[in-house]
Structure formats: structure tokens, C-alpha cells
Design a protein around this ligand. Structure first.
Ligand code: XMP
Ligand code: MG
Length: 173
């Protein structure tokens, strides 16, 4: 059995999500905003942050990227396995991610979304994991920053398990 070290409790997550949602509501005041959640990991974060954003004109969509290899390291072969359905041309887009690690997944997704010519595109992540960043990519909004470690819970999985945990834990393999 692997050891699970608490990183953020359910209550801490709620406080962080509320704070970031408040900032987003201020920054996009009077504008239409489209949240694009990255499946599957961001499904819970996206649902929570959407409910805390107070904009009148908020839309939500999802896409899905798969990186091949599995396990705990992000591989470099990334494919789009589900595209967005909403037309984002000329719209303000905020990509909602569970965790940014090397940054390769988001770099790929942002390049793809840019091909639709949105008015703006920014990044909101639950966890910004700094140590292994391979591309020059900054999250515009991050709830929590860690240096390293494999995290699970609150949407994050290990072999598709633990997504349902309300808190976030570091998994010591
Ligand atoms: P990159 O390296 O492309 O990685 O920024 C982004 C994707 O890699 C997965 N990932 C993790 N998944 N715990 C997870 O459950 C982690 O600590 C972790 N680090 C990276 C995740 O799918 C993320 O979207
Ligand atoms: Mg992910």
C-alpha cells in the first residue's frame, strides 16, 4: 500500500478555489468567458470554480488530451482525443487544468486552441508543479504551487483511482 501524505484538505481547497474564482470574476467583469476544462483530471476543479465565478455570461466546455505512457511521468507524445464543441472565435478563453507539470500538455492544447482565433487565452490550474517544467509556460491563475511530487485526489488519479478523494495527497510510491 502506498503512503498518502496530505497536501490540501477539502476545506483548504474550497478557500483557494473561492479566492481564485473571485479574482477571475473581477478580471473578466462585463465580458463573456468560456472555461475549457481539460478532461479527465480537471472535471472536479472545473465544476467547483465555475460555480464560484459570478460572471453572467460564463460558458463551459471540455476537451481531452491523452499522453501516452501512463504511470506517474508525463510522456511527450500528446494527442487530442476530444475537441471542444463551442465556437471560441473572438472569445475570451480560460483553460482549466488540474496540474501543470512539464507544461507540454498545455503548450499543445493552447497551440491547438489558438488555431480557432480566440480574443484571449489564459491558464487556470489547481496545482502548479514547478520542478519539471520543460516549456516556458506560466499559469495565469494557480490555486496552489508545489515543487515536486506525484499528487492524487480532487480529480487527480493514479491508474484511474483516487479521483474521488475530496482532498489532495502526495503519493509516495
Ligand atoms: P504536463 O507534464 O504535460 O502534465 O504538464 C500534465 C498532465 O500530466 C499529468 N500529471 C499528473 N497527474 N498527478 C496526477 O494525477 C500528478 O502529480 C501529475 N503530474 C502530471 C496530468 O494528467 C496533467 O494534466
Ligand atoms: Mg490532466
Amino acid at each position: 500500500m502506498s503512503e498518502l501524505i496530505p497536501v490540501l484538505s477539502k476545506e483548504q481547497i474550497r478557500t483557494l478555489v473561492e479566492k481564485v474564482a473571485k479574482q477571475i470574476s473581477v478580471d473578466y467583469k462585463g465580458k463573456e468567458l468560456i472555461l475549457i476544462g481539460v478532461l479527465k483530471g480537471a472535471y472536479i476543479f472545473c465544476a467547483d470554480i465555475a460555480r464560484e465565478i459570478t460572471l453572467d455570461r460564463l460558458k463551459v466546455d471540455f476537451l481531452r488530451a491523452a499522453s501516452y505512457g501512463g504511470g506517474t511521468t508525463s510522456t511527450e507524445e500528446i494527442k487530442l482525443t476530444k475537441d471542444i464543441d463551442i465556437d471560441i472565435t473572438g472569445a475570451h478563453v480560460l483553460v482549466v487544468e488540474d496540474i501543470v507539470d512539464t507544461g507540454l500538455t498545455l503548450r499543445f492544447l493552447i497551440d491547438h486552441l489558438k488555431s480557432y482565433n480566440p480574443a484571449s487565452i489564459k491558464i487556470c490550474t489547481m496545482i502548479d508543479k514547478k520542478e519539471r517544467r520543460k516549456v516556458d509556460l506560466q499559469a495565469d491563475y494557480a490555486c496552489h504551487v508545489v515543487q515536486e511530487g506525484f499528487l492524487i485526489g480532487y480529480g487527480l488519479d493514479y491508474d484511474e483511482k483516487y479521483r474521488n478523494l475530496p482532498g489532495i495527497y502526495e503519493m509516495k510510491l
